[in-house]
Write a protein that binds this ligand. Structure first.
Ligand SMILES: NC(=O)CC[C@H](N)C(=O)O
Length: 306
């Protein structure tokens, strides 16, 4: 397996077309597009990594998997009255469906949906308390207390928040947000600004690969049914309007972020994190997707087989 991981990193190192680093969040625009990392955490407790797999990067929308898990833990199925579970077929920051659908976001992984989830988990608390809870949860499932918020990235998003603020105000106008818009956005931007390495991220995702149990520690994070459902949402919605393309090419539940990371889950096998900062036109990591495609071709671990 280590040979395969090395082969993937070697192939990605020579790629010429590397995509475009997200610069609508200026602080992310400084990241070196040559960076590449991959880490696989298996359900039997092994770790295989290549590239800069211990370098923290901005996980951005991958955090939406963790806040969804927290929200379901807090309120169970009543979360679905606030956010849907259908693919949107629209870009991650689109506002068009919100008007047609009375301010209820299609799914928890588009920005509007994740903002609604952030509002839901605040439960009347201040952003600081909610953020403490989010960070504790991520540290717990990654078994690593060094994971942190990159406050410069959060501040950069807050300073350029017009688009996300529009989504939030629009939902608020429909009565879908309970808290003050700027407080919800502050929470959302900080969760997106969590910095983690591929090794930490792969470890954090492991519970989704083994029916809700984080295998090395034996800790049950969620019930098997909840793990299955989170995986299905990742498969259908984790790459926005390119979710179909990702399912076609990779065939694993996956969640991307504009920091260039992707977390992919191979149920029964392991959790894979990849990072390459250059994005495709849909805001998903260009080489990260290629790396995962190569990974499933060689392992046959796609949920659809070889
Ligand atoms: N796709 C993403 O990673 C988007 C997250 C980013 N924080 C935003 O709100 O625009």
């Amino acid at each position: 397996m280590q040979d395969l991981i090395n082969d993937i990193a070697a192939a990605m190192a020579t790629a010429e077309e590397r995509g475009k680093v997200a610069d609508y969040i200026p602080e992310l625009g400084h990241v070196d597009p040559q960076r590449f990392a991959i880490s696989l955490s298996t359900v039997d407790g092994k770790v295989y990594s290549a590239g800069c797999a211990t370098t923290p990067f901005s996980i951005q929308s991958i955090s939406k998997v963790f806040t969804l898990t927290i929200a379901l833990g807090q309120m169970g199925d009543s979360l679905w009255s606030k956010v849907g579970r259908e693919p949107s077929g629209d870009p991650f920051n689109s506002i068009v469906q919100l008007e047609h659908e009375s301010g209820k976001p299609r799914n928890p992984f588009i920005n509007a949906g994740a903002i609604a989830v952030a509002d839901a988990i605040m439960m009347g608390h201040e952003p600081k308390e909610t953020l403490g809870e989010i960070l504790s949860f991520v540290r717990y499932i990654a078994d690593d207390d060094s994971i942190y918020f990159d406050h410069a990235v959060a501040a950069s998003e807050m300073a350029h928040r017009d688009r996300n603020a529009s989504l939030a105000h629009f939902m608020k106008a429909f009565g879908h947000l309970r808290h003050d818009v700027d407080k919800v956005l502050g929470t959302y931007f900080h969760q997106c600004a969590i910095a983690m390495s591929c090794e930490q991220l792969a470890h954090a995702g492991l519970f989704l690969a083994s029916d809700g149990i984080n295998k090395p520690s034996g800790i049950r994070v969620v019930a098997p049914q909840r793990a299955r459902r989170i995986n299905s949402l990742m498969m259908m919605c984790g790459h926005y309007d390119a979710s179909g393309e990702f399912a076609f090419r990779v065939g694993l539940p996956g969640k991307s972020g504009v920091g260039g990371g992707i977390l992919a889950i191979a149920p029964g096998h392991g959790s894979i994190a990849v990072w390459s900062p250059g994005l495709d036109a849909y805001g998903n990591s260009l080489l990260g997707t290629q790396a995962l495609e190569m990974f499933v071709q060689r392992t046959g671990w796609s949920v659809f087989g070889h």
